[in-house]
Design a protein around this ligand. Structure first.
Ligand SMILES: C[S@@+](CC[C@H](N)C(=O)[O-])C[C@H]1O[C@@H](n2cnc3c(N)ncnc32)[C@H](O)[C@@H]1O
Length: 318
């Protein structure tokens, strides 16, 4: 085995586990930024700013997820896909100066905004679900993903890694929209895209597969989690004009919305979406959906049951 030098990331991670909170956060930051942060392909500073302004609804749902997780002072928490860090900032008020909250996101633009919220016990780093292997086993008491899991291509890998980095008995919180049943919004987008393209290429709107509750519960059980709670809450996309709603979708998807088509096709699809939204709108456009909040607990040892289900099917989803 290769000997570890002082500046070796592995060594830093080892020291992270055995260091006091303030130092451990900076070590963790160093470790996650050494060769790991990758630029987000579709995002931009403007989209990140837009999301920071317009994500009040996601923030409120996130607060509800956090209350189900019942986080207490002094805990170590990972916000995976933290965006611009608003929710992580709220959590760090609960965990306090003796706790550790780390927010990570693959978009450097979102992390640049999040860093303005950093303080004692709260830090941010550019990293995504594929980078979780940088963390030592049993690093966190809580890991949560607020409106993030449906963006992750390899969810199984992410859940396996989350199991590894959680302490036994640690909690996982996930908020997500069930995308196995298309919402009114999905139908508007899909009909508009079909009219322009004649077909619906897989991964057109997001490069992800549909995400449903039964599938998620199965994936969690197979990877050593016990599902403790599931709660449904109403969520709402709201805008004054179709253009505002389209801008929000671009910001919320970190630029992935309609990213798989040419600029001309994109313009035509957006025009059709706009017409449909305008036809159904009163003064404000409100499109309601159902968000599911799920809390699971990491079991002490991983239990594998049954054969692996077939790989996730690629399709368009919100
Ligand atoms: C809808 S935003 C949610 C942001 C934040 N969690 C919140 O509650 O406001 C989705 C976020 O997931 C991030 N994301 C996309 N792919 C990811 C991945 N593979 N791992 C972690 N985060 C990812 C995006 O950069 C984006 O910031």
């Amino acid at each position: 085995m290769r000997a570890r030098g002082k500046s070796d990331p592995g060594n830093l991670l080892f020291r992270w586990r055995h260091s006091p909170p303030a130092l451990s956060l900076s070590l963790l930051l160093l470790a996650t930024t050494v060769g790991i942060g990758r630029p987000a392909v579709f995002d931009s500073p403007r989209l990140a700013e837009d999301y920071d302004w317009k994500s009040a609804a996601q923030y409120e749902v996130g607060r509800e997820l956090l209350s189900l997780l019942a986080i207490s002072p002094g805990r170590s928490v990972l916000d995976l896909g933290c965006g611009t860090g608003q929710l992580a900032s709220w959590v760090s008020r609960i965990t306090g100066p003796k706790g550790k909250v780390l927010g990570v996101d693959p978009s450097p633009y979102r992390i640049a905004l999040a860093e303005r919220r950093a303080r004692k016990g709260l830090a941010f780093a550019v990293a995504g679900s594929r980078d979780l292997l940088a963390f030592p086993p049993r690093s966190f008491d809580v890991v949560y993903l607020n409106y993030v899991l449906h963006w992750i291509d390899d969810r199984r890998q992410a859940i396996r890694e989350i199991h590894r980095i959680l302490k036994p008995g640690g909690k996982l919180g996930i908020s997500f929209e069930d995308t196995t049943r298309p919402s009114e919004l999905d139908e508007i987008i899909e009909r508009s895209a079909k009219e322009v393209l004649g077909t619906l290429p897989p991964g057109l709107f997001l490069a992800t597969a549909p995400l449903g509750l039964a599938q998620l519960k199965g994936m969690l059980r197979q990877n050593g989690f016990r599902v403790l709670k599931v709660k449904a809450v109403e969520s709402e996309d709201r805008a004054k004009t179709p253009a505002e709603l389209l801008a929000f979708w671009r910001a919320s998807s970190a630029g992935r919305f309609l990213s798989g088509v040419s600029p001309g096709q994109r313009q035509r699809i957006e025009r059709r979406i706009t017409e449909r939204l305008a036809a159904r709108a009163g003064s404000d456009i409100r499109i309601t959906g159902k968000t599911l909040l799920l809390v699971a607990e990491r079991e002490a040892s991983r239990r594998r049951s049954g054969p692996s289900p077939s790989p996730e099917k690629k399709t368009s989803a919100r």
